[in-house]
Design a protein around this ligand. Structure first.
Ligand SMILES: *Cc1c(COP(=O)(O)O)cnc(C)c1O
Length: 415
């Protein structure tokens, strides 16, 4: 690029976002974002919007936790705030069964690391006080695994992903909470992929003292808006007593802009950082959509459409190894084995945004975030079958569509 040249305006195409996330942003959320007026972060309606978001978020999470709000940024921003209370030398057990719980454990290890631990391995510290329990890709973290590890180590903290998006596996959140209560451990949960998809209320899991999610998966907001977080009074008391090495991601400071001070709601927030009226408007609309849809109905709709997609890809000869309801993780039929990345790359080049797994073994991931209609699932299945055939699989697209028809007809008959 020479000094006088200017790049043409950036144009980003519309794609079919059929991966683990971000999902297809709802048109109402985009409109709310684009139609927000220019207003600063202390303007009265922006502050009122944040207070309303806080109240809606408590409903979406199913909680009375006062410290429930959004952390500006992505899922990792919320998780960074969640793990902020872990201090060097703290004892912690991390359950890892895929890419995302693996990065959670990396975050936790950097927090638990002493200065010497960081110096010894700055990008991948291994503090003696942090234990990582590795569960193989494709398997869930079970109550037995959790109970055994917490009984042995009796740590201050334990961490787990509720739904591990890397392999599409649901982990035992009941077992995690129960074991945390039994061994007096403070549980921290990455609920990035489950919030807004599964029908659960966090107050039913008293062993978990902190939760973090993300804007752009089940919550259906734009990426880089707000990552929902929620903390119990026990977490906040521990944080107040011990402190943490962050200003921006200290949940006590962060909560002030959402009108939460000293454990109580206040009439309006006070400055923590420059929030965006656009982001607040988008987040507000996304939460309204979630509440209008209803937690139980939304969960049932995901289960229904995931079962349809699952039966169709099985009819194409694929083997499904996931059990999440927003995502299908599969092995291609034998003839295409080893060519997963090639198939995904070819699909993505055509604007069909499916994904490979990021940890081994390589599998294909197809997601249905905000694709809850027979028409949307049919398009996903058709495009996927076409990609398989472009690679010479010679599968019968009609058979997959028939499986979809049967699934949807049975649902109508049952009504
Ligand atoms: C997507 C995801 C993350 C990371 O979220 P970002 O928005 O990319 O920061 C973390 N944990 C889980 C379980 C996820 O699915």
């Amino acid at each position: 690029m020479t000094d006088t040249e200017l790049f043409p305006q950036l144009v980003i195409p519309e794609t079919l976002a059929a991966g683990p996330g971000p999902g297809n942003t709802d048109a109402r959320v985009l409109a709310a974002f684009a139609q927000a007026g220019i207003a600063d972060h202390m303007q009265a309606d922006v502050l009122r919007g944040m207070i309303e978001c806080k109240h809606m978020l408590r409903k979406v999470w199913g909680t009375k936790n006062t410290y429930t709000f959004g952390v500006a940024g992505t899922g990792w921003s919320g998780l960074d705030a969640l793990f902020s209370a872990i201090l060097p030398g703290d004892t912690v057990v991390c359950f890892v069964n895929g890419t995302f719980s693996g990065i959670d454990a990396l975050t936790v290890r950097t927090r638990a690391a002493t200065r010497e631990d960081l110096k010894a391995n700055s990008l991948d510290p291994k503090p003696a006080s942090a234990t990582v329990i590795q569960v193989p890709h494709g398997q869930s973290v079970t109550a037995d695994i959790i109970e055994t590890a917490l009984a042995e180590h009796k740590p201050t903290w334990a961490t787990m992903a509720h739904w591990e998006t890397g392999s599409g596996r649901i982990n035992d959140i009941r077992g995690f909470s129960d074991a945390c209560v039994k061994h007096n451990v403070m549980g921290l949960v990455d609920a990035v992929s489950s919030l807004g998809i599964e029908d659960f209320a966090i107050d039913d899991f008293p062993g978990v003292v902190g939760w973090a999610s993300c804007p752009q998966k089940g919550v259906l907001c734009l990426p880089l808006t707000y990552a929902p977080v929620s903390f119990t009074d026990r977490y906040i008391a521990h944080l107040r007593e011990n402190g943490c090495y962050s200003y921006v991601h200290n949940p006590i400071f962060e909560a002030r802009h959402w009108g939460i001070v000293d454990g109580k709601d206040t009439a309006a927030g006070s400055y923590h950082r420059t929030h965006s009226g656009y982001a607040v408007a988008a987040f507000h609309e996304a939460l309204r959509i979630n509440l209008q849809h209803g937690r139980a109905q939304k969960a049932a709709d995901y289960a229904h459409h995931e079962a349809a997609l699952r039966s169709a890809v099985q009819a194409l000869g694929c083997e499904v190894t996931s059990n999440m309801t927003s995502l299908v993780v599969l092995n291609l039929p034998g003839a295409l084995a080893g060519r997963e990345k090639e198939l995904v790359a070819s699909a993505r080049a055509k604007g069909f945004g499916i994904w490979p797994t990021l940890s081994e073994p390589v599998q294909v991931r197809i997601g249905i975030l905000n694709q809850l209609s027979e028409a949307a699932i049919t398009e996903i299945v058709t495009r996927f079958a076409n990609e398989m055939n472009a690679m010479g699989a010679n599968v019968d697209v009609g058979k997959a569509l028939k499986a979809l028809e049967t699934h949807y007809a049975a649902a109508i008959a049952a009504e």
